[in-house]
Design a binder for this molecule. Structure first.
Ligand code: PHE
Length: 455
């Protein structure tokens, strides 16, 4: 047996700590903000079914591969890939996979933080009763006046980045682990409270039918690809977040069991978010296909009308902030780990530097909604924010995930993956290897070709 290495950044104290942290990474704006609105746009049940199939066929095999590479490399994604390529006798080129992941995480966080900032702003607004009795127009005005004001967006973006940096600076044990240990279970409780509320809106049945009774006539070929892309984003795959968390995983922990738990929890939260949101949407006569503004422009109408809306509204946005916070931590962790390893920085220094550069880049997203929103500032008709989102989610994550799968089952020796996965060489291992070798790369290639416009 190979000697077990420990990452210089420390290790998770237990399997449970890793599962919580990785679930914290996976569950974020993707589940609570994005999943409901794209489900709404793509007609509900059939889309949900395809998304679930993608979680199983793409998400789970790649997550196993990504955790496996992280634990075997025991370093930040760049050094992990460099080291593993060397160990497997492959080209040093593979380390650029790590670089791309670090870059993707940095770019995603720069806009993720701005949107999480909206949630902070809405926590204050719902909690103070700003939406009480407002019409849809009134709620829209509040949203537009928020995004039109760069100073306010900057203030909330700054607060969110500081929150993220403080936790990252404190390190794996005392920072990340403590944060997720309390935030994740609380998140689930808050979500269940909201679902409990929604069961009494009178439209729960309608929401269940919408979410779980598939009508395939509502699906376009595009919907299938969007469902696949979302499976990627929601599980935090393809950019090294799960890889770097895997590098802090003790050797005896079962990667398979952890993966199924994380993917299951992520899916559960997305479905619970849907079950919390759609009854409110239907009970208030709102449209499910409202688009990206669904929660910020539509839910406050419902919160403004329902009894106890200030409380439930504040609770909802608090939940969204917690979810975004634990995802943001993982988006920047690969970069921070790299700075600590290669630049000999302290964690505090690395987190501060990484956070400040990300914060600065976030200005581009802030301006996309106001002073840079005009055509003059667009490229291919897209704002800076749209471009970033497109580049990262549609190109960088699928490419990163594809390469992770390819490395794990084509470049790596079979014995290496058998030994690291620790499930023996039986039927489960062979099923994983087959899916990751053939099915996953083809599926991800389809997403990728779609994203660059070939399909
Ligand atoms: N999975 C997170 C979400 O659903 C986003 C994320 C993507 C986090 C990639 C880390 C890495 O919001």
């Amino acid at each position: 047996m190979r000697p077990s290495r420990e990452a210089i950044h420390g290790q998770w104290s237990s399997r449970w700590a890793f599962v919580l942290a990785a679930t914290g990474s996976a569950v974020g704006l993707g589940n609570i903000w994005k999943f409901p609105y794209i489900t709404g746009e793509h007609g509900g049940g059939a889309f949900v079914l395809i998304y679930l199939a993608c979680i199983v066929l793409i998400g789970i095999p790649i997550m196993m591969a990504e955790i496996m590479l992280g634990r075997r490399g025991r370093r930040s994604p760049i050094n992990t890939m460099r080291h593993l390529a060397q160990e497997e006798g492959r080209h040093g080129f593979w380390r650029y996979l790590g670089w791309m992941g670090i870059l993707a995480g940095f770019l995603i966080l720069s806009y993720y933080s701005v949107i999480a900032g909206w949630a902070l702003a809405y926590l204050v607004r719902t909690g103070s009763g700003v939406f009480t009795g407002l019409t849809a127009d009134g709620v829209n005005n509040i949203f537009y006046s928020l995004v039109a004001d760069p100073e306010r967006l900057l203030a909330w973006h700054t607060l969110f980045m500081v929150m993220t940096m403080v936790v990252v600076a404190r390190g794996v044990r005392s920072g990340l682990e403590r944060a997720v240990r309390y935030l994740m279970p609380l998140l689930l409780v808050l979500l269940l409270v909201l679902v409990g509320y929604s069961m009494n809106t009178g439209a729960f049945q309608q929401a269940l039918v919408f979410l779980f009774s598939p009508d395939f006539s509502k699906l376009s070929p595009n919907s299938v690809l969007i469902a696949m892309g979302h499976a990627f984003f929601t599980l935090s795959l393809g950019m090294g977040a799960i890889m770097v968390y895997g590098s802090y995983l003790p050797r005896h922990v079962s990667i398979t069991r952890a993966t199924f738990t994380i993917a299951g929890a992520d899916t559960l939260v997305a479905l619970l978010a849907g079950m919390a949101i759609f009854p409110i949407v239907f009970a208030n006569g709102l449209t499910p296909g409202a688009g990206p503004g669904l929660i910020f422009q539509t839910l406050p109408i419902a919160f403004g009308r329902m009894p106890g809306g200030e409380f439930f509204g504040a609770l909802f946005f608090l939940l969204l902030i917690f979810a975004a916070w634990t995802s943001a931590i993982s988006l920047i962790e690969p970069l921070v780990a790299y700075l600590v390893e290669n630049m000999r920085m302290s964690r505090v220094m690395a987190a501060t530097l990484a956070g400040m550069v990300t914060w600065l880049f976030g200005l581009g997203t802030i301006f996309s909604f106001n002073i840079w929103s005009g055509d003059r500032y667009k490229l291919f008709g897209l704002t800076f924010f749209d471009l970033l989102d497109y580049l990262t989610v549609n190109i960088m994550l699928p490419l990163g995930g594809l390469l992770i799968a390819v490395f794990a089952v084509w470049a790596m020796r079979r014995e290496s993956s058998v030994s690291e996965l620790g499930i023996g060489d039986g039927r489960l291992y062979r099923a994983w290897r087959f899916v990751t070798r053939y099915i996953t790369p083809v599926a991800v290639s389809l997403i990728f070709l779609h994203a660059i416009g070939v399909l």
